[in-house]
Design a protein around this ligand. Structure first.
Ligand SMILES: CC(C)(COP(=O)(O)OP(=O)(O)OC[C@H]1O[C@@H](n2cnc3c(N)ncnc32)[C@H](O)[C@@H]1OP(=O)(O)O)[C@@H](O)C(=O)NCCC(=O)NCCSC(=O)Cc1ccccc1
Length: 136
C-alpha cells in the first residue's frame, strides 16, 4: 500500500481541527522523502498590512511536516509535534503559498523534519521551519 495524495487529503479533512481546514490546504505530493502542500492566499489569512499572518504559515508548516512523516512511514500512524520553529524571512504575499516539507532523519521514536514555504508566483522563500515529531 502507498499513501496517495487523495488518501492524505481525506485524512486532513477527517483528522485535523476545523480551523486548520480553514487554511484550505491541498496536498499535491506525498512520498517517502516528504510532502508538498499549497495554500491559497485569502483575506481571512491576512493580518494588518495585507500579508499572510505568521500563525497561518506556522500551522501550514506543522501540517506539511506531519504529512512528510506520514509519507515516510507510508501509513496513517499518529505523530505528536514536540518542537516547531519558524523563521519568517520576508512578507508572504501573492496568489498562494507552497510548503515543501522533508524528512531529515527518522529514528524509532523521533522524526526530524524541515520545510520551506515559497510564495507563488514570485517563487521567493517567505519562511523556513523545522519540527521534531514523536512516534508513539
Ligand atoms: C522586516 C523584516 C522583519 C526584517 O527585514 P530585514 O532583515 O531588515 O531585511 P530586508 O530589509 O532585506 O527585508 C527582507 C524582505 O522584507 C521586505 N520588507 C522589509 N520591510 C518591509 C515592509 N515594511 N513592508 C513590506 N516589505 C518589507 C523587503 O522588501 C525584503 O523583501 P525582498 O527580499 O526584497 O523580497 C523581514 O525579515 C520581514 O518582513 N519578515 C517577515 C515578517 C512576517 O511577515 N512575519 C509574519 C507576519 S507578523 C504576524 O503574523 C504576527 C501578527 C499578527 C497580527 C497582528 C500583528 C502581528
Amino acid at each position: 500500500m502507498t499513501v496517495t495524495t487523495d488518501a492524505a487529503q481525506a485524512l486532513l479533512k477527517e483528522g485535523f481541527a476545523p480551523w486548520v481546514q480553514a487554511l484550505d490546504l491541498s496536498i499535491t505530493e506525498i512520498g517517502p522523502t516528504g510532502a508538498t502542500l499549497t495554500m491559497p492566499v485569502a483575506e481571512h489569512l491576512e493580518r494588518v498590512g495585507g500579508i499572510v499572518c505568521g500563525q497561518s504559515l506556522a500551522a501550514m508548516a506543522d501540517t506539511a511536516m506531519v504529512f512528510a512523516c506520514i509519507g515516510h512511514m507510508n501509513r496513517f500512524h499518529p505523530v505528536a509535534t514536540t518542537t516547531l520553529d519558524t523563521q519568517f524571512l520576508r512578507p508572504a504575499t501573492g496568489d498562494a503559498i507552497r510548503c515543501e516539507a522533508e524528512v531529515v532523519r527518522a529514528g524509532k521514536a523521533l522524526i526530524f523534519t524541515r520545510a520551506t514555504l515559497i510564495a507563488e508566483p514570485s517563487e521567493k522563500p517567505v519562511a523556513t521551519a523545522t519540527a521534531t515529531f514523536f512516534v508513539p
